[in-house]
Ligand binder design. Structure first.
Ligand code: NAP
Length: 336
């Protein structure tokens, strides 16, 4: 590694921010390429969203399925096996628009790196209705696997019509006496297999063309005020819990002012590469993907980022090496 006078003492080749399938896959590839990646996994939720999932049935290589947290533990172990430096810390500040990027961690350390991979994933979307925030953790939840247990023999609601909502609803039938799915349209967005499973479950009921207008309750959820999305007609539903499963937004807070974003709010990348609008800054996984957002597509995207980083570093180091002045050779004539 070439360290010039202007650069800090220790410059890493690459720091990966985020530890879902994208971050860990990038780490596996880069560690195997001897790039000594550092991966900041997050201090609380290492492993990303799959840590909140139950069985993953569609990740190739696991014919019987695998639990989401087990899959992520496997990925972490695989990255570790090849020497990735895995740190259970947050990145709290990034300076990306400079040749040597600066990454401040939650512990107050400042890392310097030639390349950065942004693999920060996406965050649960909120309804944005009165009562939602105030009753969060008191009946309003975004994670059935985390909180479902608390709703034994209760009437609860799930909001959303996608795969996440179906998955949450199905999981919650293990505990709740009844699960009502509230969807703002008349048909589901979820895949056929998930929709069929949910519709076949006796404990699940659907209310179509309905949105939540307010979450009510004294200290804990007791009722939802609803609105018909076609007629505007108000109604209400007595429940003790509501699980919000209406999709995700890319997590770009840390760097949204530094790199270009798309209209959907995801990180913009050049064509099918992982190259963002800044040299040496790469993106992978849900943070750049408004469409597919699968564990396997995130993993593939992490692989793309790793290969892009590898090529970019090789080019950068070669051009830096070319700039280092060679000592002058003494060509002056020897005095006679
Ligand atoms: P999604 O597919 O984007 O679905 C979000 C759902 O929430 C949609 O039905 C949407 O309604 C509804 N919605 C959005 N904003 C809303 C609001 N403000 N109020 C009420 N409803 C709102 O998100 P997802 O279900 O989280 O899935 C994301 C991706 O992960 C998908 O590609 C999915 O296939 C994948 N996934 C797969 C699995 C699995 O295979 N086991 C499990 C989970 C997720 P509209 O339909 O009207 O837009």
């Amino acid at each position: 590694m070439i360290v010039t006078e202007q650069t800090p003492d220790q410059v890493h080749d690459v720091v990966i921010i985020g530890s879902g399938p994208a971050g860990y896959t990038a780490a596996v590839y880069m560690a195997r390429a001897n790039l000594n990646p550092i991966i900041l996994t997050g201090s609380v939720t290492a492993g990303g969203e799959l840590m909140n999932t139950t069985e993953v049935e569609n990740f190739p290589g696991f014919p019987e399925g695998i639990m989401g947290p087990d899959l992520m533990m496997n990925m972490e172990q695989q990255a570790r096996r090849f020497g990735a430096d895995i740190r259970h810390e947050d990145a709290t500040e990034l300076l990306l628009d400079q040749p040597i990027k600066q990454i401040t961690t939650g512990a107050g350390d400042v890392l310097h790196s030639r390349a950065v991979v942004l693999a920060t994933g996406s965050a649960y979307r909120e309804l944005g209705v009165p009562g939602e925030k105030a009753l969060s953790g008191h009946g309003v939840s975004w994670c059935a696997t985390c909180d479902g247990f608390f709703f034994r023999e209760q009437n609860i609601a799930v909001v959303g019509g996608g795969d996440s909502a179906m998955e949450e609803a199905l999981f919650l039938t293990k505990f709740a006496s009844k699960v009502t799915v509230l969807h703002r349209r008349g048909e589901l967005r979820a895949s056929q297999i998930m929709a069929d499973r949910a519709k076949a479950n006796e404990k699940i009921e659907f209310i179509w063309n309905t949105e939540v207008a307010e979450v009510q309750g004294e200290g804990k959820v007791s009722r939802l005020l609803l609105r018909d999305t076609t007629t505007g007609e108000p109604s209400s539903l007595d429940v003790t819990g509501v699980f919000v499963a209406i999709g995700h937004d890319p997590r770009t807070e840390l760097f949204k002012d530094q790199i270009t974003l798309t209209e959907e709010g995801t990180a913009w990348v050049e064509g099918r590469t992982s190259r963002t609008s800044l040299p040496g800054v790469f993106a992978a996984g849900d943070v750049l993907d408004p469409t597919y957002r699968q564990a396997i597509t995130a993993a593939g995207s992490g692989c793309v980022a790793a290969l892009d980083v590898e090529h970019w570093l090789a080019d950068t180091l070669n051009s830096e090496a070319a700039k280092v002045p060679t000592p002058p050779t003494n060509t002056a004539p020897v005095p006679s």
